[in-house]
Design a protein around this ligand. Structure first.
Ligand SMILES: Nc1ncnc2c1ncn2[C@@H]1O[C@H](COP(=O)(O)OP(=O)(O)OP(=O)(O)O)[C@@H](O)[C@H]1O
Length: 248
């Protein structure tokens, strides 16, 4: 039986688009401060699961509890204000706004607080992500690593309890990836619960406590990273994946 103290607990989540069952009876629970990695092939339903957790998409069946409360009926904005925040696969800053304004908008919107009250939070998020020296730059002028940092800063600025990361490590050089991993580790160490979808497995496995495998919308395995990566199901799925993504 799942613990009632879980930071987040999903039970029997299902979602179809027409005849396509994208999420099929997915259940999991995650303890506060833990990090769960989600892996699976393209189209397995990973991003859809995030959409269900954030409230962007309504499930056909199933329920979600957050910090012990049934949040199934609440919308995305309410969930954001409760402390569920996400980063997107393709960073989505306001390109014409400065780095600081981007963090400020996130903090203001997420908590429904005044710009003045949000300023210290925006500053803190930018300092923690190493973006403070670039605070006056336009977001559209940032390089890839900095855009990823800004994606994290915008998420942190909302003071999340649960942070959902969607394929944030892709496209970086090895050195940049090391920096990103350190940043995500520091967010985890600050007590934020994390669920992270990632194809760059060495980055994911250096952080997460558990891994869940999705395939055709179903959870086919969950457990300790080492056990999961050695399981035949995962070997079958990842056979043929680009070696660049799988090296340790
Ligand atoms: N709004 C939608 N309408 C119709 N089909 C959708 C919709 N959203 C997702 N799908 C389909 O659901 C399936 C799962 O998509 P999803 O993006 O959740 O997978 P994923 O595991 O995140 O894949 P990737 O690793 O490529 O990001 C895909 O076949 C996708 O085309």
């Amino acid at each position: 039986m799942m613990q009632s103290t879980a930071a987040i607990e999903a039970t029997g989540l299902s979602k179809s688009y027409g005849a396509l069952a994208v999420t099929r009876d997915v259940s999991f629970a995650l303890e506060p401060g833990c990090a769960l990695g989600i892996i699976g092939p393209n189209g397995a339903g990973k991003t859809t699961l995030f959409n269900l957790l954030t409230g962007a998409v309504r499930p056909d069946a199933g329920s979600i509890r957050f910090a012990g409360k049934d949040i199934s009926p609440t919308d995305a904005r309410a969930r954001c204000r409760m402390g569920i925040s996400r980063s997107f696969q393709v960073p989505q800053p306001f390109s014409g706004l400065t780095v600081f304004e981007n963090a400020l908008v996130a903090a203001t919107f997420a908590q429904g607080i005044s710009e003045q009250a949000a300023r210290p939070q925006a500053e803190d998020a930018l300092r923690r992500t190493g973006l403070w020296p670039k605070t006056a730059k336009k977001a559209g002028e940032l390089g890839l690593l900095d855009r990823k940092r800004l994606e994290l800063a915008r998420a942190i600025a909302t003071a999340p309890k649960l942070l959902l990361l969607d394929e944030i490590a892709g496209g970086l050089t090895d050195a940049e990836c090391v920096e990103l991993i350190q940043l995500i580790r520091s967010i985890k160490e600050s007590g934020v619960t994390i669920i992270w979808i990632e194809h760059v497995l060495h980055a994911l496995l250096s952080i997460v406590d558990r891994v869940m495998v999705l395939d055709f919308g179903q959870k086919i395995a969950e457990g300790e990273p080492r056990d999961i990566m050695q399981s035949p199901e995962v070997a079958a799925i990842y056979l043929g994946l680009d070696g660049e993504n799988t090296h340790a």
